[in-house]
Design a binder for this molecule. Structure first.
Ligand code: AMP
Length: 435
């Protein structure tokens, strides 16, 4: 049998592919990225690219040694000498903050807004919306403690989602407080759960020691029943005065700007470096437990990575889950579309000339050309298969007079256009067509 792609990965396919699935259309993937780029760069964000693999130590410190990601889901690349080895990155933030510190980006105007996108890797149990290679769009604001930064980041996430055309995505907003708040809350959880140790799942027994906050995030039904039974007081109600004031400020801005969100006291986030504002983006189309995205403040991260204390925050959404949500809502992302012109010669002598004209048209519009002479009927058929707007015919008579016959495929109308006017005529037609 021919070789197949690894489990938990996908091929994003071009339109018309026989095995194409709505959530894995390359054109939809591309459109999500284009929309994200437009919206995010309007906020002043700059693009950054970091490696797909990083030091194991970076991921451990960045994501947290007690997280499921580090404990169970790392793709180790190889071991080299006696340092901890490399891993395929499971998320984007740790790499971006490392790059910020390593490359002296502090010197740039602060706060610095950065965005990136690319594949992330987690050795997950694969099912709907949970893959081993998936893709994220990441947005980070580094260098500010202001509640305005938190509110701006949440608002931008909402704006990307809205621009994509998603109507049923909801932001769930909470705060995980400052470190002291989390420590006090962890002590409270330990005290609460220790007498019920026997009832906890194996994972949660382990969490009780390492990081009791994570018990609240448990996927085990038994754990969740115990959490209900014990009437665990939410962290949001145990914030210290500073974190509480910061959170109130964030909410005030969002309310004033009309950014919709649901308050969610249960948000704890799976990653260790978050503090204060934390949020998730949810959509019922991808399952109750599966978020489209998440974000939050991570003021402690830069220090954790060995740099000077640097406040920051960011968010990420998974492109696959966004595509699943779009599919569930029946939203069809605008496709890049076929060429404006499909041009072919009617005889061999003019094949090269047709190609040259198509290359010229590309300065202003999308154009393709045939690699050999075709009959008119074939030209129209090929043009239609490619979704072209115009079919262009170049016979020897036309070549002598310096014109191309353009047929508008939808209406069937034909006209002749001078070689020199071709690019402009097609660019103009493209604009009119979009209007
Ligand atoms: P996280 O870094 O875990 O907060 O994940 C951020 C977003 O990435 C999630 O909301 C998902 O949209 C996406 N994501 C995380 N893990 C996976 C996965 N295994 N497969 C697909 N998408 C994922």
């Amino acid at each position: 049998m021919a070789l197949q792609r690894p489990k938990g990965t996908h091929d994003y396919l071009p339109e018309g592919s026989p095995k194409i699935q709505a959530a894995f259309r390359a054109s939809s993937f591309q459109t999500v990225l284009q929309i994200a780029q437009t919206v995010l760069e309007r906020s002043g964000a700059q693009f950054i690219v970091t490696p797909l693999f990083e030091e194991m130590e970076l991921v451990k410190r960045g994501v947290g040694g007690s997280s499921d990601i580090v404990r169970k889901e790392m793709f180790t690349v190889f071991y080299f000498g006696d340092h901890g080895g490399y891993v395929l990155r499971p998320e984007g933030t740790a790499g971006v903050v490392r790059a910020y510190l390593e490359n002296g980006l502090k010197q740039l105007p602060s706060p610095l807004k950065l965005w990136t996108h690319g594949p992330m890797f987690r050795a997950e149990n694969v099912h709907q919306g949970r893959y081993r290679q998936f893709h994220q769009v990441d947005y980070e604001i580094i260098g500010s403690e202001s509640a305005l930064a938190d509110a701006e980041a949440v608002a931008l996430m909402a704006q990307v989602v809205e621009t994509l055309g998603l109507k049923r995505a909801r932001i769930r907003l909470g705060s995980v407080g400052d470190q002291a708040d989390r420590q006090a809350y962890s002590a409270y959880l330990r005290e609460l759960f220790t007498p019920h140790f026997e009832q906890l799942s194996d994972d949660s027994r382990d969490r009780l020691e390492r990081n009791p906050l994570r018990i609240l995030d448990s996927k085990s039904a038994g754990d969740q029943a115990l959490i209900d039974e014990l009437q665990v007081r939410p962290l949001l109600e145990a914030l210290g005065p500073e974190a509480a004031a910061h959170f109130a400020e964030v909410r005030g801005y969002l309310d004033a700007w009309g950014v919709a969100y649901d308050l969610d006291p249960s948000i704890v986030r799976g990653l260790d470096y978050y503090n204060r504002t934390a949020w998730e983006l949810h959509h019922e189309g991808v399952g109750a437990k599966s978020a489209l995205g998440g974000g939050g403040r991570y003021d402690g991260l830069a220090e954790e990575l060995g740099g000077p204390a640097t406040p920051g925050l960011g968010w990420a959404f998974g492109i696959e889950r966004v595509l699943l949500a779009l599919e569930a809502e029946g939203v069809n992302l605008l496709l890049a579309g076929g060429p404006q012109l499909y041009l072919a010669a009617l005889d061999n002598e003019n094949v090269a000339l047709a190609a040259k004209l198509a290359l010229q048209v590309r300065s202003q519009a999308r154009a393709e050309f045939a690699y050999r002479a075709l009959k008119p009927g074939q030209i129209f058929r090929e043009a239609e298969r490619r979704g072209a707007v115009y079919a262009g015919l170049l016979g020897s008579q036309e070549a002598e007079r310096g014109v191309v016959t353009l047929k508008h495929l939808k209406s069937g109308t034909q006209r002749e256009v001078l070689f020199d006017d071709l690019a402009e005529a097609l660019a103009e037609a493209a604009v009119l067509e979009q209007a």
